[in-house]
Design a protein around this ligand. Structure first.
Ligand code: CP
Ligand code: NVA
Length: 309
């Protein structure tokens, strides 16, 4: 099967089941050293343009590109003319003349889509308010390396029906995992994404949206959470805490899941809010492997969109 040469990754559903499975295979081979692609000729250049803070995404993309023999330019937004009002579409067209691939982190999904529309190079969604597909690649790699399979397992996400929850819905449906999203009533995931996940799952795997955290974790092999207030929602952080408290991953909730269950968190974590210290530091936590896998999964993605594998 052909790789993803020249393709954008704006959301999980840009990938077919087969393409996602191949990316995960490549991510595993890159991690083990079985696969070591190296740029030939002029080194490709990756641009990073982040409208929001980032530690993991910025560093894992940078290190991945350097391992591939390429270069990285991390362009601080406040040093660009974008911050002084230059239209996004003009910026996209100009960056396209310099770079080979661009990873963009924006608020609106429509902005990442505009970059893609006005640039011919591959555009990678490095997180928007709607999705976080690069995170999901690493998450699936982590589940696969723990259980040796994906299809048939159950992932339960607890907390806010946000960008991470959306990519989980679509990603699990693509790999045949059952997915359950447990949120307070007013924080359910976007119904359009739920519908899209159901269409992808096509009755082959379960897609469940619930407000009941205990029922959601029963027999689940993977428990996942994220911050209760995402970037841009900081003002709501305090008022959300009491509403989200029943969705905290703590030792009592973890006991309700499958005995072999692992716990994931995309990080950064707010300990004692969405996850307790004892769980994130406990034997079932895989969050550090998950963070490491950002490097391998995104290396697979970069190598593929650059036509190196
Ligand atoms: N998980 C994640 O995307 O982390 P950063 O915001 O640090 O990149
Ligand atoms: N939902 C979080 C994820 C951070 C990686 C946010 O958007 O801030």
């Amino acid at each position: 099967m052909a790789g993803l040469k020249g393709r954008d990754l704006l959301g999980m559903a840009d990938l077919s089941r087969e393409e996602l499975a191949l990316l995960l295979t490549h991510a595993r081979q890159l991690k083990s050293g079985e696969l070591m692609p190296m740029a030939q000729g002029r080194p490709p250049v990756l641009g990073l343009l982040f409208y929001k803070a980032s530690t993991r995404t910025r560093m894992s993309f940078s290190v991945a590109m350097q391992h591939l023999g390429g270069h990285v330019i991390d362009l601080p937004l406040n040093a660009t003319q974008v911050s002084r009002g230059e239209p996004l579409v003009d910026t996209a067209r100009v960056l396209d003349r310099y770079l080979d691939v661009l990873a963009v982190r924006t608020f609106a999904q429509a902005d990442v889509e505009l970059y893609a529309k006005h640039a011919k190079m591959p555009i990678i969604n490095a997180l928007t308010d709607l999705e976080h597909p690069c995170q999901m690649l690493a998450d699936l790699q982590t589940v696969q390396e723990n259980f040796g399979q994906l299809s048939g397992l159950t992932m339960t996400y607890l907390g806010d029906g946000n960008n991470v929850a959306h990519s989980i819905l679509l990603g699990c449906a693509l790999v045949g995992m059952n997915v359950r999203i447990a949120t307070p009533e007013a924080y359910k995931p976007d119904p359009a994404i739920v519908k899209q996940a159901e269409a992808i799952a096509n009755g082959q795997s379960e897609v469940t949206i619930t407000t009941d955290p205990i029922a959601a974790v029963k027999n689940a092999q993977v428990l996942y959470t994220d911050v209760w207030a995402s970037m841009g929602q900081e003002d709501e952080a305090a008022s959300r805490i009491p509403l989200f408290q029943p969705y905290q991953i703590n030792d009592a909730l973890l006991k309700e899941a499958d005995r072999e269950a692992i716990v994931l968190h995309c990080l950064p974590a707010h300990r004692e809010e969405e996850i307790t210290n004892s769980v994130i530091e406990g034997p079932q936590s895989r969050v550090w492997d998950q963070a490491e896998n950002r490097l391998h999964a995104q290396k697979a993605l970069l190598a593929s969109v650059l036509g190196m594998i």
